[in-house]
Design a binder for this molecule. Sequence first.
Ligand SMILES: Cc1ncc(COP(=O)(O)O)c(C=O)c1O
Length: 402
Amino acid sequence: MATNTNVDRGFDLRARIDDRETRGLRRDLSPVESVSARSRIAGDPGAQQPVFGKRPEKLVFASNNYLGLAGDERVHRAAGRATASVGAGAGASRLLTGDTPAHRALERDLADAKGTERALVFSSGYAANVGTITALAPDVVFSDAYNHASIVDGCRLSDAEIVVYDHCNVQSLADAMAERAHDTADESWLVVTDSVFSMDGDVAPLAGLCDTAERYGAWVMVDEAHATGVFEDGGIVQRDGLTDRVQIQLGTLSKALAAQGGFVAAREPVIELLSNAARSFVFSTGLAPPAAAAARTALSIARNGTRREQLWANVEQLRDGLESLGFDVLGNTHILPVLVGDRSAAVELAAQLEEAGIIAPAIRPPTIPDGTSRIRIAPMATHTERDVERCLAAFERAEAVR
Ligand SMILES: Cc1ncc(COP(=O)(O)O)c(C=O)c1O
């Protein structure tokens, strides 16, 4: 059969990238030399190794390594021991031969911190959200408008009807539920929300969401990605005394717990279902044992050490300082979004901060609504008082919108 060489069924990737550029959506990678409060940063090297050269170290105020434990020697040693005794990788899915003592020990500690019967670790928080929502296969998901992309993708991949309620708005959820409640008593309903919202630094009204869900017999799933290890023993669910009212607690090991991976903490039958039916668990290699061991040690330090107090002291110093400089700081958590408004003003402010040695990126649409561009400041427990002062001085010098 003749081949028609005039037909091109390939992909015009240049046009797609150019289009992102035009819409201000193009991102560049920017390697850091180490994951810590201070690091040298290189430009995107493409296919080459990054060159950090003599560039001075910058202060990183943009990492989710909130407790600074990614650089902690105890965490490193735990990862090293697991590498030596268990292996660098799990070698197979947990359901085959990849289920190791490192996983089991971490899952026991996570269940203890979250006050549940069991926990199950996934290879990422993203995989945990997608796997959990699709395995539960609810008829209807009620999802906060600002939920993380991995929740959104989990909802989309499930066959559920998706009802988006207004951000952190219990009344909006109640109205949506009331509207659907007639003749649907046999439907399974899931309410899903982040606890701490990573771009707004605010906290979901969990008690009100639980009240509403309970009125209709719905289950509640809370993603504690940004709260685990930072609040109380477990997260916001524990802080607010809701352990027994939230059916599924989910989180990541890749933020305050300094490693990589995700988890679900819940009652035994939920974990049994997930280990059989969550495709991102069943058809994916088990979490790397060094990551499991590192996260377990980080969890123990978070629960028993003083890192949390150090983080909150830095948060207070920064929030007070920024507000007294006249900046509008959103939220009420350890994430400090400094509202700028206009997207190019936010990009300009981020550039000026970088010039002054502070790494804190501009967050722009479509990540957040138009007109609310911001700088997301995320302090770490390992920033010193002097580091925080340098960050504040950089904001003070910046000629940006106040
Ligand atoms: C709320 C939330 N859930 C889930 C995730 C995904 O976690 P991971 O990075 O472990 O895949 C993130 C990460 O940014 C997040 O912010």
